[in-house]
Write a protein that binds this ligand. Structure first.
Ligand SMILES: [Mg+2]
Length: 187
């Protein structure tokens, strides 16, 4: 990584497959089903020194499908935030798009609505000094549409399928955190 970040950078994170393990063919509908990915909590503790704010942007169409309520989702997110904080990390805000893919809602990635909402709330956000890390094409497109640097979380073969949308690729958040540590002005 050649990126030089300083304390004015913002981190945007996808949730499923990045912060917690994906449930193949299903949605995470309870705290019992929510499992942090390997090294994620350590990575988030490191990110807390590099970035402000740290924001999760997540599509959750399981809500739109009626498979879980917004209250159940909020329970999971309260748990997520408290576990991250216990481990020395920080999540400043979680934006959710509960709409169905077919609704083509402005907030659903790869549309940029959740990014715009974040900048409305956190006035210091400069998308040119922001990183979007995610494990899907829509995450990379979301980031690029807003002018961010993009990090694909996954293997290099899948990253290649993203073409020029993915600026960097790391297998997980811990690998990204270590790469940032080595190239940032912050220790
Ligand atoms: Mg994902």
């Amino acid at each position: 990584m050649t990126l030089k970040i300083d304390k004015n950078w913002t981190l945007f994170l996808d949730r499923d497959g990045v912060i917690n393990e994906r449930l193949p063919g299903d949605y995470v509908k309870s705290i019992e089903q929510f499992k942090f990915t390997e090294g994620c909590l350590e990575a988030l503790a490191m990110f807390a020194r590099f970035f402000h704010p740290i924001i999760i942007v997540t599509n959750q169409q399981g809500v739109g499908k009626g498979l879980m309520s917004l209250e159940e989702l909020e329970n999971i997110h309260n748990y997520l935030i408290s576990e991250v904080s216990k481990a020395g990390g920080r999540i400043d805000k979680i934006y959710v798009s509960p709409y169905l893919q077919s609704e083509r809602h402005f907030t659903r990635k790869p549309s940029v609505g959740m990014g715009i909402a974040a900048r409305k709330q956190f006035k210091d956000i400069n998308f040119r000094k922001s990183i979007m890390a995610g494990d899907s094409y829509s995450d990379m497109l979301f980031g690029k549409r807003l002018g961010m640097k993009t990090v694909f979380i996954g293997n290099t073969e899948d990253a290649r399928k993203m073409g020029t949308l993915a600026d960097y690729c790391y297998p997980d958040l811990f690998a990204l955190a270590n790469a940032l540590k080595n190239c940032s002005q912050i220790s």
